[in-house]
Design a protein around this ligand. Sequence first.
Ligand code: G3H
Ligand code: 13P
Ligand code: ZN
Length: 312
Amino acid sequence: MPLVNTKEMFKKAYDEGYAIGAFNVNNMEIVQGITNACKDLNSPLILQVSAGARKYANHTYLVKLVEAALHETPIPIALHLDHGDSFELCKSCIDGGFTSVMIDGSHLGYEENIALAKKVVEYAHPKNVTVEAELGRLAGIEDAIDVSTEDASYTNPAQVQDFVERTGVDSLAIAIGTSHGAYKFKPGQKPQLRFDILKEIEKKLPGFPIVLHGASSVIPEFVKMINEHGGAMPGAIGIPEEMLREAAKMAVCKINIDSDLRLAMTATIRKHFDEHPSHFDPRQYLGPAREAIYNMVTHKIKTVLGSSNKAN
Ligand code: G3H
Ligand code: 13P
Ligand code: ZN
């Protein structure tokens, strides 16, 4: 099956009350671990590439890895640009085979955000590429940009209808309490998601797919494993999985997960070297790391996304 855009995926997810996992990819083992898990659970999938991943691994290598995944798996896969920060970057990904892009103008003023998203939509839609934009601002670190909690802001439900109508975007990322990275809440702070805002947005945009960024749960087992094997990640806390599962039953159709994959991979490699200090063949530690990615994605599909057996 060729790459698909997110249109049909989101329609089915919205109607049936589940979400599609959008997992960040940076190398072959990550692509394989994710797609094999989705294949085994017959789940649709979004593989997403950040500007940083594109710089690290090279556009062509990543596209070819995803093409290989398509060849090996019958499930629908969309290749998505994560946090595109300019029209030029979106255009380059669209011209280079991506089927979906995010234009992230969330740091801009409202009118500038609209103008930029509209420009990307006008280029993308004739090429059958879907577009995600963001309104409201998440805290946390993405690429080199660190948004402090004070600079973050919840999405204003009063703006969403106007934003979607004027831009023509296909999905909207909103800020309701998630944030990027492994330190989403301070120790002692109660994790919370603003379901009241999500409900308001759902009312303003019936049937329209909503996206949650910063949706890793920072599973304590992996933080513990990292800390027990020479790492230092005290106080890493994420969003409880039950809350994300609730959001997936509502208008949230795309859930972005990167940090949980990073933690699983890093914890596994750290443990591996502690137990096998003489190993130096990369396959000896990248093999288990790939399996850890597979297990994490399997877990997410079952506990958060609800996307098993939704591939056709
Ligand atoms: O939200 C950002 C993703 O976790 C990607 O991170 O920009 O470091 O590749 P990155
Ligand atoms: P996490 O850092 O919570 O995994 O979020 C990833 C993300 O939003 C990618 O765009
Ligand atoms: Zn994000």
